[in-house]
Design a protein around this ligand. Structure first.
Ligand SMILES: NC(=O)c1ccc[n+]([C@@H]2O[C@H](COP(=O)([O-])OP(=O)(O)OC[C@H]3O[C@@H](n4cnc5c(N)ncnc54)[C@H](O)[C@@H]3O)[C@@H](O)[C@H]2O)c1
Length: 258
């Protein structure tokens, strides 16, 4: 029960990795604010975690709206008195009509949308949660980058740049807030078969294409959401008390080729 009595916020909690993380944390006793713009996804999460050790309150809220972010964090603090853990799972290539577009084909509007989707909400939630963490002299922040941030794959430049930005943002927070007992770390997933990614990518491949893809991963399979959630939960727990400003690569060993 690593999260017994801990107050956590997960953004993008209705998504693949967010929901898997929510299941672990609530299963181990967390009081969780589950934030997502999609109320139906949150409802389905509520069904999954009801009866588990912890408590969950759903917040249908837009992580890119500063007022909604402040209101959510303030409500969490009024309800439970503190914020121990912030996990930002929002992000993705939504906003880029072609997630493999070459630089010449990316419009300014798409570029800005993808940067905003991947960076702004994370920044706003960190900004809103940090004063509470500093005041209580403890806190754990885990942000999600991606192994494509190295820029070696064919993934669209806006997403790659935003995910590299997540690492720098997180390290800056670690540097600023370490004095106050706040840890900030990044998890960098490789391909992870969330329902969305499975539908648009993995399920469209033939058996032979899947086998070829898996062969380049030392552990010979893409990740499942629980692989990422376990790494996130580790960094959000007291097991990681002396770990900060680090990137945990969760790609089955594939990162050196990306
Ligand atoms: N799945 C992968 O293969 C993979 C690989 C590398 C990195 N990542 C990163 O991991 C994180 C989680 O990915 P996932 O695959 O679970 O994504 P997902 O699309 O399944 O979940 C994202 C969730 O964020 C919610 N959301 C979207 N906009 C929002 C907003 N403005 N405010 C609040 N919530 C909002 C969505 O409704 C969705 O439930 C993302 O940052 C993604 O970039 C994923």
């Amino acid at each position: 029960m690593r999260f017994e009595g801990k107050v956590a916020i997960i953004t993008g909690a209705g998504g693949g990795i967010g929901a898997a993380t929510a299941r672990i944390m609530v299963g181990e006793g967390a009081k969780l604010a589950a934030v997502d713009v999609d109320g139906a996804l949150l409802e389905s999460l509520m069904g999954e975690v009801s009866g588990m050790a912890g408590e969950v309150v759903p917040y249908v809220s837009n992580a890119m709206d500063p007022e909604q972010v402040s209101a959510t964090v303030e409500d969490v603090v009024n309800r439970w008195g503190r914020v121990d853990i912030l996990v930002n799972c929002i992000g993705g290539t939504a906003g880029a009509p072609d997630s493999r577009a070459r630089i010449e084909d990316v419009t300014l509007e798409e570029w800005q949308k993808v940067l905003e989707f991947n960076l702004t909400g994370v920044f706003l939630y960190c900004q809103a949660a940090l004063p509470h963490m500093k005041e209580q002299q403890s806190g754990k922040i885990v942000n999600i980058s991606s192994q494509v941030r190295y820029g070696k794959s064919d993934v669209v430049a806006s997403y790659v740049a935003a995910k590299a930005g997540i690492v720098s943002l997180t390290n800056r927070i670690a540097n600023e807030a370490g004095f106050y007992g706040v840890n900030a770390n990044t998890v960098a997933p490789g391909l992870t078969l969330t329902p969305r990614v499975a539908a648009v990518r993995w399920d469209t491949l033939t058996q032979a294409e899947r086998a070829k893809y898996s062969e380049r991963i030392p552990l010979r399979r893409p990740a499942v959401p629980e692989d990422q959630a376990k790494a996130i939960a580790f960094l959000a727990s007291s097991d990681a008390d002396y770990i900060t400003a680090q990137v945990l690569e969760v790609g089955g060993g594939e990162f050196s080729t990306l």
